[in-house]
Write a protein that binds this ligand. Sequence first.
Ligand SMILES: Cc1cc2nc3c(=O)[nH]c(=O)nc-3n(C[C@H](O)[C@H](O)[C@H](O)COP(=O)(O)OP(=O)(O)OC[C@H]3O[C@@H](n4cnc5c(N)ncnc54)[C@H](O)[C@@H]3O)c2cc1C
Length: 406
Amino acid sequence: MKTVAIIGAGAAGLMAAEMLSQTNLHVIVYDAMPSAGRKFLMAGKGGMNISHAEDFSTFVTRYGTRQKHLEPYLNAFTPTDLRAWLADLGIETFIGSSRRIFPKEMKAAPLLRAWLHRLRSRGVQFSMRHRWLGWKNNDTKKLIFDTPNGEQVVNVDAVILALGGGSWSRLGSTGDWVSILREQGVIVETLQPSNCGFNTAWSDYFKQRFAGQPLKNVQLQFGNFQQKGELMITEHGIEGGLIYAASSLIRNAIFETGKTTIHLDLFPDKTEDELMARLNKPRGKTSTAQFWRRQLKLDGVKAGLVREILRNDTLNSSELVVQTLKKLPLTLLAPRPIDEAISSAGGVNFDELNTDLMCKKLTGVFCAGEMLDWEAPTGGYLLTACLATGRAVGLGMATWLAESYN
Ligand SMILES: Cc1cc2nc3c(=O)[nH]c(=O)nc-3n(C[C@H](O)[C@H](O)[C@H](O)COP(=O)(O)OP(=O)(O)OC[C@H]3O[C@@H](n4cnc5c(N)ncnc54)[C@H](O)[C@@H]3O)c2cc1C
């Protein structure tokens, strides 16, 4: 019986194990952490958004320039297939108002429990606390692990690497694999933060007063990107779903020019004329703060932002205030560190892989999941692509082994 290793017990690795568990191979899943699926569980914490039910032709565009690379795998495992797979596992799903797909229970834990139970019952073996360090003597069939019992060399017939990206390293995905693959001549694009927050230079006053507060119902404009949503003010700058959605564009712009400016519409449901009409009402002796609050319900963090941008002696100019409310410029200086990001961009370059996602330079070594060079916004696109590529390497490896040893 041939033995195959899957290193990384995240969404991609477990899906690869699922495919291989239906063959006559001996499948062992290794992971550095004490238990499987730590990031998967974290993704389920605030409500697990596992996929998206928008039209498939739109769905695949969310992968941007990597659409062409991922489309074959997503075509073979669409969001509809994903829902059917979950149903088979006993996990009911529903489509939310934004067309996002969630397990009915919203949580990842019941899903992971059912999944691991099925994998074990099909003979998949799990070896946790095994940190992969590389190959012995550059032989891809000899895996070196750091284990609680010291360093061990394991002989396998083929290996799937599903080692994740570089964010939230405390959940296991440290990105240590980058240097191991580069040493073997595999081109790996530098891991960068994706779906991340950004630094900006708040005044001390603004930071102390508003860090930790949400900025609700704003529209973000950056180049052709325009979307309504919510942001969070942080000590360092901003984060939250709305900025994550534009984060790859903003990150790339900062990379090119050192910094960049986004614009926020603080009143996306009101026109400039409507705002102007209210601010042009007689003000009497009321203070600016009272007047803004009474006329526009403008106070708190939104009022604070206007004061961050305009000089005190210009706060009585209705034109300037309205301009700022509708197009507030915010200069972003740097993405937040990768460890804080929801996901990472960069990874194994697709030109290094064949259509089964096997490394062209490393026979019998397959790669899947977030460690490949793609990124996508939040909304279930990340997990769907991890599962779809995990499925592809599992099937690809089974076919490759059957063909190679016949
Ligand atoms: C807070 C948060 C919320 C998220 N929410 C969502 C969401 O709602 N929807 C969505 O689609 N996506 C979400 N994501 C992203 C999603 O969870 C990831 O994209 C996905 O889990 C990546 O799966 P993966 O299998 O490629 O890698 P991972 O899940 O990162 O698994 C990689 C595994 O490899 C192991 N490993 C790494 N190096 C080694 C080594 N040298 N030796 C042995 N083992 C090693 C790690 O311990 C880890 O278990 C979220 C992420 C975060 C951080």
